[in-house]
Write a protein that binds this ligand. Sequence first.
Ligand SMILES: CC(C)(COP(=O)(O)OP(=O)(O)OC[C@H]1O[C@@H](n2cnc3c(N)ncnc32)[C@H](O)[C@@H]1OP(=O)(O)O)[C@@H](O)C(=O)NCCC(=O)NCCS
Length: 176
Amino acid sequence: MQTLETPRLLLRPYTSEDAGFVLDLYSRLEVQRYIGTTPKLMQDRSEALALIEAWARVDDGTCGIWAVQDKKGANLAGTLLLKSIPASGPQRAPSGDTEIGWHFHPDSWGRGYASEAGAVVLAHAFDAGLAQVVAVTNPANTASMRVCTRIGMQHRGSTDRYYNTDCELFTADNPA
Ligand SMILES: CC(C)(COP(=O)(O)OP(=O)(O)OC[C@H]1O[C@@H](n2cnc3c(N)ncnc32)[C@H](O)[C@@H]1OP(=O)(O)O)[C@@H](O)C(=O)NCCC(=O)NCCS
């Protein structure tokens, strides 16, 4: 998986050594509140390790799940995701679209890290040749919607096309 860099951040693959951070991040209600239809808090380290393994399988040279690391302190700040988004329906089959997403630790909120990391992953997606990237958010998740617009995505209203739920839809088209 391609390592990506911004002025303040390093985006690199997660490893099993990051399990403590992953557990801390995904066991928090304030992080999980708007992820998925029913928030599910991570319970233990084995779940974190399983997730890190599953994330490694997303890597196809374009898509991937990145650990976002603060270059200065070397501490982890969050997760950046570029992956296939499931269509609504009983099978949750791949929709054919690619989504971008961000999950950051509350200690790293309010610094512009999600927008900085989101922008470099969006640029990577377009460099890799994707025609369009989508993002979906819970309608109440104003912080995430602000990240979408800050990185240049367009708000397309609400949709029930993905994840068997109503989401706010944002899209960005490859400028090339
Ligand atoms: C969504 C989420 C990533 C947004 O985090 P965030 O910290 O608000 O977003 P950013 O990292 O882009 O930071 C932007 C904020 O930092 C401030 N900021 C401080 N320094 C900054 C800098 N150098 N550059 C840009 N913004 C800066 C901005 O003013 C902005 O504040 P505002 O939103 O009040 O205007 C975060 O709330 C989160 O992880 N939530 C839980 C998971 C989640 O819901 N994910 C989305 C699922 S769809």
